[in-house]
Design a binder for this molecule. Sequence first.
Ligand SMILES: Cc1cc2nc3c(=O)[nH]c(=O)nc-3n(C[C@H](O)[C@H](O)[C@H](O)COP(=O)(O)OP(=O)(O)OC[C@H]3O[C@@H](n4cnc5c(N)ncnc54)[C@H](O)[C@@H]3O)c2cc1C
Length: 371
Amino acid sequence: MSELRTDVVIVGGGLVGCAAALRLRERGASVAVVEKNQLGAAASGVNFGGVRRNGRKLAELPIAARALKVWRRLPELVGSDCEYAITGNIKVARNEADLEQIAAHAEAQGEHGVEVQMLGRNALRDRYPWLGESAVGAAYCASDGQANPRLVGPAFARAARAAGAELIELDGAKHVARDGGGFVVETESGRTLRGGALINSSGAWGARLAARFGERVEIWPMEPQMIVTEPAPYFMVPVLAVVGGDVYARQIPRGNVIFGGRSGTADLDVGFAKVDAEESLTTLARTIDIIPRIADLSVIRFWSGVEGCTPDHLPVLCPSRTTPGLVHAFGFSGHGFCLGPASGAVAAELALDGRTETPIEGFDIGRFSEA
Ligand SMILES: Cc1cc2nc3c(=O)[nH]c(=O)nc-3n(C[C@H](O)[C@H](O)[C@H](O)COP(=O)(O)OP(=O)(O)OC[C@H]3O[C@@H](n4cnc5c(N)ncnc54)[C@H](O)[C@@H]3O)c2cc1C
């Protein structure tokens, strides 16, 4: 098979890899993406769809702010709004201790320019009469929203391809190595790709690729599992999350309520996550407690997906510590859909310039070896 030579090779065609490819083409660099499955079909395609800053760790707020600017430009950038809508987000507390905790975080977020409003029990009930009695208060962020994950990764992939990126699907990177001043990637089907720089955006599998370059990250798979109901009259505008993460829910204008909270199981070698029935029943009971009218709806589908989780739940988004030209962008720990469009752009900048204007302190791979 012939060789393909590009400025940058990207391993992993999820949202992060496809967004990186698009940004690289915008900058005039040639790029090839190699994806072992279908583009945008792993975590990026099966996630809950929350696009939020509410409750987000402070270290992620600068990149989340950059991401929001991209989300708002989706139609001009990728030719579709991907059902992105700014609907607000409420983080609900079930007890006073949780309420105090989210109030303190809301204040800290305010210092970082994120406007979060605290709602007490009565204000919450007035605004959202569909909430159950166990909700005692909430933090509300009006600038948050949601999007359809099935549309976003493929839209970035199409836009990157239209801009001249080489996208290879259903062909995994088997051997990845340093090659002279650059990198060589050999795929399962026997293709050879050479690039001056390499972006590791291989999601839950990212630590495996990093290990080939002597960089160790203890990452484990997380498998949030999702449930969706039949369509119901539209009642729930904001995305809802309960403190502790054991319930989150959103309703799309077509009427289906999508919710989750517990985990399935995954085997990284197999590559897919499986739903756990018992855990789904627990999620159902807890969601009905917070949103009682869910009890009247039929569930039409369950699914799960696999994501890489780091010890501090922050991503690895940085230049390699061992290998010039290698950039890591993985381990988004269950909240990288929102960050994806900006994380890809940052990875592209790191690959081309070795630096980015976006603050990414806290995401360095070296934090694990130092620990
Ligand atoms: C069920 C679920 C719910 C979630 N909900 C939210 C949410 O509401 N909000 C939010 O912000 N985030 C959410 N997340 C997290 C979010 O989906 C991820 O953080 C984000 O999609 C990560 O994008 P990615 O491109 O890094 O990873 P992925 O989309 O997983 O892409 C990585 C790709 O790398 C490929 N790959 C791996 N190894 C190789 C190889 N050797 N060769 C070629 N290709 C390879 C994989 O096949 C995969 O397609 C959720 C995740 C899950 C699973």
